[in-house]
Write a protein that binds this ligand. Structure first.
Ligand SMILES: Nc1ncnc2c1ncn2[C@@H]1O[C@H](COP(=O)(O)OP(=O)(O)OP(=O)(O)O)[C@@H](O)[C@H]1O
Ligand SMILES: [Mg+2]
Length: 526
């Protein structure tokens, strides 16, 4: 039966108690039986520890078995309760079972007791497992709902911020007397944009740039910066797995995860302590996979542990919710862990928190192990302004964004054609004929004809056409529309005009790469 069972026995007769212990022992049941007689002793025993099974004699002087059952359930409804007696009628037994007793064993037939104990323990474990899964499901559904709300708000804000930032930047290009005010607008817009990025991250709707990389290398590269950030009072200990830990994720985002966890640990140790960063490989199978809500496979694991304040049990269910913070006003937004949660989930992983008050906290991040080879980053190319010879067609149904994009590009010397719908863009394409347009910039989500469909039709007309998609929408929506991020160039709204011009320059400078053409083929199927 495994580890030694802790059995609480309510029994006034020592001889009967001995017989019960003996019966269990003879059946190979390793049990430590603690006998109590009175209600006070029973309550004290329940208070003092946890019990695997409660056995209670039915006929006790001054303490009723029904009361013992009631008290036991008040304390922990899941602890199995078995009543014992020599002489009791059927109706009493039925009443006890109805009140929640697991079983009833006659003292004259104690041989049945060991199997009853075993079965009740198994049932209790099953109940506990079910409760855990239900709680997990409820928590996941809650996070899903909050995520949808946060993502929706962030998306609409991004469109507004694109307009605010863009026009403020354009106005700054001229010698504007309102320069100081415009700069303040840009600063505030930048802060707002950082906030919406965090919300999008939480709702798992960021446009990620995943590639295969080694977690050990990433954390190794961060170590110096982390030590500086964490401060001298805290000892940073890293213990990395000896083998490479390749994962496919957005390395910038995974850095953000490690950073947020490390900063939380630092904040939990204001008088110093230890921060341990550990990486390892783990195969999740069976219950362990279910407990983490993950598929059975190999995972690369990062754990961040501290011996700080720990998290109170009452706060535990809320730590991943956006805006939940226990820090004084102005010191925390409560978006750190929700960002971490979103990034990890969007990367196909999961995060688990374990904390003990005044002892410390361990955050464990699981990311699916990748069998692909490490993909190195190509060096960043700076993009020149337009030569004046390239023609760009812009399709965007949001008139203010269309206006902004066109103004930016005209200002940088490009010839620009504006279309306020995909239909208008197609008309322009047909009218201009082959070689009339070098680049199509299109919004992803537009009424009637979506950006990717427009792009695929345009590429049928002009096979060498380059395409830049822009969207404030989410990764999921983008995938749904058929743009594989690896193969298509994409600009996330809100963007600064300088970012737009840089991407355009990159696209026009670079001949269409084979993989970009493959991307177009994908789009064509969409
Ligand atoms: N390592 C930790 N030790 C103790 N408490 C923690 C730890 N990590 C998180 N918490 C608790 O979880 C709460 C939420 O963390 P989260 O990172 O989301 O927000 P924050 O740190 O309060 O603010 P922000 O990260 O936005 O600056 C914290 O306020 C803190 O109470
Ligand atoms: Mg934080």
């Amino acid at each position: 039966m495994g580890a030694c069972l802790r059995i609480l026995l309510v029994e006034d007769c020592q001889n009967d108690a001995d017989l019960i212990s003996y019966t269990l022992k003879r059946a190979g049941c390793d049990a430590q039986v603690t006998r109590v007689e009175t209600e006070a002793q029973f309550r004290a025993a329940l208070e003092s520890g946890s019990w695997d099974v409660i056995l209670s004699d039915y006929s006790l002087p001054g303490f009723r078995c029904e009361d013992a059952l009631h008290i036991a359930h008040e304390q922990n409804a899941n602890t199995p309760f078995i009543a014992l007696s020599g002489t009791v009628d059927e109706e009493t037994i039925l009443n006890l079972l109805r009140a929640g007793a697991g079983d009833y064993v006659m003292k004259g037939n104690l041989a049945r007791l060991p199997s009853a104990v075993q079965r009740e323990i198994r049932n209790a474990e099953g109940r506990l497992q079910r409760q855990r899964l239900e709680a997990q499901l409820q928590q996941a559904m809650k996070m899903e709902a909050v995520g949808r709300l946060a993502g929706g708000v962030a998306h609409d804000f991004n469109n507004l911020l694109t307009v605010i930032t863009g026009f403020a930047q354009l106005a700054l290009l001229d010698d504007n007397p309102a320069r100081a005010g415009l700069e303040q607008i840009l600063l505030a817009a930048e802060r707002a944009s950082a906030l919406t990025r965090q919300l999008l991250a939480f709702s798992r709707q960021q446009a990620l740039e995943p590639r295969v990389f080694d977690l050990n290398r990433l954390i190794g590269d961060m170590e110096k910066m982390l030590r500086r950030l964490i401060g001298e009072d805290i000892e940073v200990i890293t213990s990395m797995s000896g083998e490479p830990l390749n994962v496919r994720a957005d390395p910038g985002q995974i850095e953000q995860v490690v950073l947020n966890l490390a900063v939380n640990s630092r904040d939990a140790m204001p008088r110093g302590g230890k921060l341990i960063l550990n990486t390892s490989r783990r195969k999740l199978e069976g219950d362990a996979a279910v407990a983490h809500g993950l598929a059975e496979q190999e995972y690369c694991v990062i754990s961040v542990s501290d011996n700080g304040s720990g998290i109170p049990a009452s706060a535990m269910p809320h730590i991943f919710e956006p805006f939940f913070t226990t820090k004084p006003e102005g010191q925390g937004t409560g978006l750190g862990l929700s960002t971490v949660y979103g990034i990890v989930k969007q990367s196909g992983g999961s995060i688990h928190a374990h904390s003990e008050l005044h002892i410390g906290t361990t955050m464990t991040v699981f990311l699916p192990a990748s069998h692909g080879a490490v993909e190195e980053l190509t060096p960043y190319e700076s993009a020149p302004a337009g030569s004046g010879q390239e023609t760009i067609l812009v399709a965007e149904d949001e008139s203010k964004v269309l206006d902004l994009v066109c103004k930016c590009l005209v200002g940088r010397g490009f010839a620009v054609l504006a279309a306020s719908s995909a239909e208008a863009a197609l008309e322009i394409l047909h009218a201009r004929g082959p070689a009339g347009i070098d680049l199509l910039i299109t919004d992803v989500v537009m009424p009637h004809i979506a950006g990717p469909v427009l792009a695929s039709r345009a590429c049928e007309l002009l096979p060498n056409l380059r395409v830049l998609f822009m969207s404030g929408y989410t990764e999921d929506v983008i995938r749904h529309y058929g743009i594989a991020r690896r193969n298509a160039t994409f600009l996330q709204k809100p963007f600064a005009p300088s970012e737009l011009v840089r991407k355009v320059g990159q696209l026009l400078d670079r001949p269409p790469a084979p993989e970009a053409t493959a991307g177009m083929a994908k789009v064509r199927q969409a």
